[in-house]
Design a protein around this ligand. Structure first.
Ligand SMILES: [Fe+2]
Length: 379
């Protein structure tokens, strides 16, 4: 039953005790067992309450991963493979996650000034990501470092922002354009912060009604930014159109190729890559190879081929040091990623190395990338 500082918590934390405004209050503000939403967290902060007792807390650890308090001791610090994991520095990733959480709380509290502040802070952090990526614009991007066992939408937004920027950089966008692209990419699922958590975090298949509700997040994000007069119209339109597809089969409006803004097309590819390789729940993950195949197969139909090509050029699909599940069901560590799609892997438990590019190993496929925690738990 840890007593946690409110500023360190994320929405969806469960209370283990009633919360009273002051020691003389008879009626609790919130009752034990309440799942504390963004709106509640914002309200508690505003009332000067700094600590609460929680049963199950959601917060970010020192590496910037969104984790559950029960997993706090599951530290992987000091493992040698950690050195290969930097796509963006963990501190920056943590700041982006915290920035999204602040924005979530501000929206929950319907506080316009705070919303504008949070978005400006996120824009500053996007500038840091652009600067970081510009240090080596051709280096393969180790996107698996963005994986997280999160139960929330923040980690996805951060991944999509970094991927979109890497794609934009590969396509030769200017720093000014990258800043705008990064801003709409980090905010692309802003509307999801207004969707009930029961739908957002549901692991079973959504009903038709729930799916339709979830689909409204494109308009919700656009309307929210428009109402508060935040971001340029181009940025808002990219957020509005990130689920549109070239052949008109997307939503919310079924726009076709030439009507979809370029930034919307870039965010769409980054969004699908992250959603397929790093979904919730993680067991449903597709391998980067399969995801790449899907994007290539649907280039021209759903996705802009220039954008898909840019992603292919920039992403390191199986970075050195990442864990994968192979078709035999074993977990394996990538020990050489010179061949981007068929790496050399060391099978855990068996301890032998397999070079997947050799023809005798052509029957062995990679099912998915798995998190470090999952791989270590099994072995
Ligand atoms: Fe979305």
């Amino acid at each position: 039953m840890p007593l946690m500082q409110i500023s360190a918590l994320l929405p969806n934390t469960v209370l283990s005790q009633d919360i009273f405004e002051n020691p003389n209050s008879k009626m609790p503000l919130l009752k034990k067992g309440t799942v504390v939403s963004a709106e509640y967290l914002y309200g508690l902060k505003r009332r000067g309450i700094s600590h609460i007792s929680v049963k199950e807390a959601m917060f970010t650890n020192e590496d910037g991963f969104v984790i559950n308090s029960k997993k706090r001791d599951d530290s992987l610090k000091g493992m040698p493979f950690e050195k290969s994991r930097a796509a963006v520095p963990p501190k920056l990733r943590k700041e982006l996650t915290a920035g999204l959480c602040n924005l979530h709380l501000a929206i929950g509290g319907k506080d316009k000034d705070e919303v504008v502040n949070s978005i400006n802070q996120l824009a500053d952090l996007i500038a840091d990501v652009v600067e970081f990526l510009s240090e080596d614009p051709t280096a393969p991007l180790n996107i698996t470092s963005l994986q997280s066992d999160h139960e929330f939408v923040y980690a996805h937004c951060v991944s999509v922002a970094v991927l979109s920027l890497a794609i934009g950089q590969s396509m030769g966008l200017s720093t000014y354009e990258l800043m705008q692209l990064g801003r709409c990419a980090i905010l692309h699922d802003l509307g999801k912060l207004m969707i009930p958590a029961e739908i957002l975090l549901k692991t079973e298949e959504l009903t038709l009604e729930e799916r339709m509700k979830l689909r409204t997040h494109c308009e919700l994000g656009y309307d929210c930014l428009k109402m508060w007069n935040v971001c340029t119209e181009n940025e808002r339109l990219a957020i509005f159109s990130h689920h549109e597809r070239l052949d008109g089969s997307g939503y919310p409006e079924g726009l076709t190729s030439e009507k979809i803004p370029m930034w919307g097309k870039i965010v769409a590819v980054a969004e699908v890559y992250d959603a397929m390789t790093n979904p919730h729940p993680p067991a449903k993950a597709e391998s980067p190879t399969m995801t790449r195949e899907y994007l290539i197969a649907h280039a021209n139909k759903y996705f802009d081929p220039k954008v898909v090509l840019a992603l292919h050029k920039r992403v390191e699909f199986y970075p050195l040091g990442c864990f994968v599940e192979i078709s035999s069901g074993h977990y394996a560590l990538v020990t050489s990623s010179k061949n981007r799609l068929r790496p050399v892997v060391k099978v855990m438990g068996l301890n032998n190395e397999i070079d997947l590019k050799e023809s005798r190993n052509s029957d062995i496929t990679i099912n998915r990338i798995v998190s470090y925690k999952e791989a270590l738990k099994r072995n």
